[in-house]
Design a protein around this ligand. Structure first.
Ligand SMILES: [Zn+2]
Length: 69
């Protein structure tokens, strides 16, 4: 079972090697995504920072942080 999960993640990594990772202040209420984990826009986040993919963040309707555009 554990090996199956590991193989699954290897599979995902193999087929999505160039997926851009972004950070959001989540899990809910985020309006912006950030390329920089240490961005000043995230420093005020009190909900915990979540790492996700750029395409996922955009599918939530999030836009790029004002400090980073
Ligand atoms: Zn930012």
């Amino acid at each position: 079972m554990k090996a199956t999960i590991i193989l699954f993640f290897i599979f995902l990594t193999y087929f999505h090697p160039v997926e851009t990772k972004v950070y959001i202040c989540g899990p809910t209420g985020a309006k912006k995504y950030h390329y920089n984990e240490n961005c000043r826009g995230l420093s005020a986040c009190t909900h915990g920072t979540i790492k996700t993919s750029l395409t996922q963040a955009q599918s939530y309707g999030l836009t790029l942080c004002g400090w980073e555009d």
